[in-house]
Design a protein around this ligand. Structure first.
Ligand code: BGC
Length: 256
């Protein structure tokens, strides 16, 4: 991919799942990667090792995107470690299953804090530094097919991803004059820990597979390839759009 070599990329939630795949791919493209994680650092260490094996450089930072001080510290850490932060991948995300009428306030607050408020203020901290340094940049949000498609039982998740889509569209316009592009990548069903319950439930999994025209779940690598493109110079004229990586799931409504 053109132009990724030497760029500095922050990837949130990069100790596991899709974020780990993105960090490794960007590292393999020659980027210097800031691996953000929360909780147990073992996944982040694994990511760092893989980035280095792929020929890239990586630093690990523990930062909870729901905390303003952590968000500021994450951007500062990138500039301190590598002298810049050119690419931000807002990947960290969670979901809670609950019928709408049973959804606890705490679930709503947590899902919105990680999936929407976190990206909002992390992007703000990322952009302020670029604006002050008069440098261009790239923002890629990992949203979901559910930024557009319903997901009954996951209304909080849908709110957060729908919000992420509009944040992306708004910022594409507001940040375009600064030379900063903003896009969403919308994965479908990908094999990651967020899907653990589904992956262990064979009837549900088979039903889902039946709805995916390409006949398999996605992998973190499938998503990472799109992110690498959007972060590269090849995507210099691409902003304000969502790129769906779902094996055709979204387009496969069928009457029984
Ligand atoms: C969710 C998964 C779900 C998939 C497809 C993803 O955004 O995290 O739980 O299986 O969308 O519906």
């Amino acid at each position: 991919m053109k132009g990724l070599s030497g760029k500095v990329a922050i990837v949130t939630g990069a100790g596991t799942g899709i974020g780990q795949g993105i960090a490794i791919r960007l590292g393999a493209e020659g980027a210097q990667v800031v691996i953000d994680y929360v909780g147990d650092p073992s996944g982040a260490t694994e990511t760092q090792r893989a980035v280095e094996q792929a020929g890239g450089k990586a630093a690990i930072v523990a930062a909870d995107v729901t905390k303003m001080s952590d968000v500021a510290a994450l951007v500062d850490a990138a500039w301190k470690a590598f002298g810049a932060a050119d690419i931000l991948v807002n990947n960290a995300g969670i979901e809670h299953k609950a019928a709408f009428w049973d959804t606890p306030e705490a679930d709503y607050d947590k899902v919105m804090a990680v999936n929407l408020r976190g990206p909002f203020f992390l992007t703000q901290a990322f952009v302020r530094r670029l604006r002050d340094a008069k440098r261009p940049g790239r923002i890629v949000n990992i949203s979901s097919v559910h930024e557009d498609m319903v997901f009954p039982g996951f209304s909080t998740y849908c709110c957060s991803k729908g919000g992420m889509r509009m944040l992306m569209r708004d910022l594409a316009v507001e940040l375009g004059p600064l030379g900063i592009t903003v896009n969403d990548v919308a994965p479908g069903a990908v094999v990651t820990p967020i899907n653990k319950a589904l992956l262990n439930d064979k009837p549900k999994l088979d039903a889902l597979l039946g709805k995916i025209p390409l006949g398999r779940l996605g992998t973190p690598e499938d998503v990472a390839a799109m992110v690498a493109f959007l972060a590269s110079d090849d995507a210099a004229y691409v902003t304000g759009s969502t790129f769906v990586v779902d094996g055709g799931l979204m387009r496969n409504y069928r009457e029984q």
